[in-house]
Design a protein. Structure first.
Length: 132
């Protein structure tokens, strides 16, 4: 990192508060940024803090790995021949690992119905029913 980039990063951090939604990490790929934006949109930027940046970045990276493995297996198949045996493709292990890791992060961030039901969310505003 150059001195100028470091100073710019430090200045940006100095102006942030813990309640600001996390900024995307520097150097994130275009695909990773698309996942980042989707997560912030789905969760609402007010629900996230700067301290969540690493978790969300990990989620983005794992999502890209999952999508890559899934795409590879869709194109090449889940099995391959090794001599006279048919074996599960090693990329399937990547798919399983990333699926499990994504599921754990989704549960922690409230990205599943079950996880959201455990969160202490404010009651929904009751809208008067004019039809009564």
């Amino acid at each position: 990192m150059t001195r100028n980039k470091l100073e710019t990063s430090q200045a940006a951090l100095a102006n942030m508060t813990e309640s600001d939604p996390p900024a995307p990490p520097a150097g994130q790929s275009k695909q990773g940024r698309a996942v980042w934006d989707r997560v912030l949109y789905q969760l609402g930027s007010t629900a996230l803090r700067q301290c969540d940046q690493a978790t969300i970045k990990r989620y983005c990276d794992l999502t890209l790995a999952y999508e890559g493995a899934n795409s590879f297996l869709a194109k090449n198949g889940y099995f391959y021949s090794a001599g006279n045996q048919e074996k599960t493709h090693p990329v399937f292990e990547v798919l399983k690992f990333t699926h499990n890791a994504l599921s754990a992060i989704e549960a922690k961030l409230g990205m599943t119905p079950a996880a959201r039901s455990k969160l202490k969310l404010p009651e929904a505003e009751v809208i008067p029913d004019d039809w009564k």
